[in-house]
Design a binder for this molecule. Structure first.
Ligand code: SAH
Length: 438
């Protein structure tokens, strides 16, 4: 099973190649020396990650050929919208018209969207975001996997269940052999083409260990590696890139520096931002975003979070609800609503219509069983599956009762693909986004 379909190289210009998927052209970065026009490749996150023999590519493409167009048509049907007939407030139709026609929206417009309350208006916002997703990015959907290497963490984040505040959870740390065999099965058995390696800020893991693991993975498998080890330091980001990591998942958590300080005593927002900026300059793909529904956060803060995500040049937007964990200082805070997350997703799409990969986070799925469906129909186009060995998942309890904790990887894959197909989506790569530097 693949979470990407093969494409054919139709043009090469320096390190950028044009990849043809049944006539549809996408661009990707190439780091292979001997790639030629006519070669078949897999791309992920806009990077060429593997070349494949033509016979193999053709047999996979033969299976996909009909499905590819059927899915696209189905998606197109589901994304139609008629704003004029919606009967909502005039101001909303004016704002959404601007969004559709790609005229600039003001901050006040975005805020108005985040403040919407009545269902018809919210539904129209979601539909508009879905329309824009289809218009610019078609039916592609990213399916990444995430492996949680360790739940030891030296940080004091007030909201997080694996922070130093939690003295109750049993801690675990995967060793090199376990990590490599988990990656091997994810890539070779289950077909993942992009994996996030995540960990608490575990003092026992150092940069050399991570570099060794990444080098080992890259020498054995064709896979795009994202790191998510917290604030590793800038020098480490360089070494990890050198070792083969090509993506960084690091949320800034909140764009409000005062709120950030309250949630992370002794730490500053600008350090995190500096990491993200430096990583992007080094060439990493960036996944970032924040927590929605943290104490003291306003819709203006959430809008600033979305705008900051764009400013940071994120490939992928990651916004999820803050879910209180009983063994942390914020354990009794109420959870935000699904609508607030859907509005965040939809406004993110309107802010960055042409490029954004927008994730339906597991935290969102944890507060709402329909999150994946509603998120994908409100502007989102990415999901991340939990590839951590089943016996460890429960212990990576950043928040309680995480969705999919009990599901085998095969079940997660089957459910994801059947949902994607039912919505006309295909797990193909979205190509290089326009706002990245070459
Ligand atoms: N050490 C890594 C990984 C942290 S955990 C890092 O610093 O990036 C991954 C993400 O889980 C965090 O970025 C945070 O946004 C999210 N998270 C932590 N606690 C949470 C909670 N209670 N509810 C929802 N999301 C939470």
């Amino acid at each position: 099973m693949c979470y990407a379909i093969p494409g054919k190289v139709s043009a090469i210009e320096d390190n950028i190649v044009t990849v043809d998927y049944f006539g549809e052209k996408k661009r990707a970065y190439n780091e292979f020396d001997n790639l030629k026009i006519g070669d078949y490749i897999y791309a992920q996150g806009g990077f060429v990650i593997k070349t494949i023999p033509p016979e193999e590519a053709n047999s996979i493409l033969a299976v996909w050929r009909e499905t590819f167009f059927e899915l696209q048509e189905h998606d197109l049907r589901l994304s139609r919208i008629d704003i004029e007939k919606s009967g909502v407030e005039k101001r909303l139709t004016l704002i959404l018209d601007k969004a559709i026609e790609e005229r600039p929206l003001r901050k006040d417009d975005f805020l108005y969207l985040l403040n919407l309350r009545d269902s018809d208006s919210k539904n129209l916002l979601y539909k508009t975001a879905n329309f824009l997703r289809q218009k610019y990015l078609d039916n592609s959907c990213c399916v990444h996997g995430i492996i949680e290497l360790s739940n030891y963490c030296a940080r004091n984040c007030y909201y997080c269940g694996i922070s130093v505040h939690n003295s109750k959870i049993p801690r675990y740390r995967m060793d090199k052999t376990e990590i490599l065999s988990t990656v091997e099965s994810a890539v070779e058995k289950y077909g993942f083409k992009a994996l996030v390696l995540q960990s608490g800020e575990d003092p026992a893991f150092d940069t050399d260990f991570f570099c060794d693991i990444i080098r080992e993975i890259k020498s054995r498998h064709a896979v795009l590696i994202f790191i998510s080890f917290g604030e590793t330091g800038l020098k480490s980001l360089e070494k990890l890139y050198e070792a083969g990591a090509r993506g960084l998942l690091l949320r800034f958590e909140t764009s409000n520096p005062d709120l950030y300080r309250k949630l992370h005593p002794g730490y500053e927002l600008h350090t995190r931002i500096e990491h993200i900026n430096y990583a992007r300059e080094l060439g990493y793909l960036i996944i970032t975003g924040g927590l929605t529904g943290i104490p003291g956060q306003t819709n203006r803060d959430i809008l600033n979070d979305i705008l900051l995500t764009k400013e940071l040049g994120a490939e992928m937007y990651s916004f999820g609800p803050f879910i209180p964990h009983p063994d942390t200082p914020l354990g009794t805070h109420p959870i935000t609503t699904s609508e607030n997350i859907l509005k965040t997703i939809a406004v993110s799409r309107i802010v960055d219509p042409q490029n954004a990969k927008i994730l339906v986070t597991t935290a969102f799925e944890t507060i709402d069983k329909e999150a994946r469906l509603s998120g994908l129909m409100s502007g989102a186009n990415s999901v991340m599956l939990n590839v951590t060995p089943e016996n460890l998942r429960e212990k990576y309890s950043i928040y309680p009762n995480r969705a999919h904790n009990e599901e085998s990887l095969q079940i997660q894959i089957d459910d994801t693909l059947s949902l994607l197909y039912s919505l006309g989506r295909a797990p193909t790569d979205l190509g290089v986004s326009g706002n990245r530097q070459v």
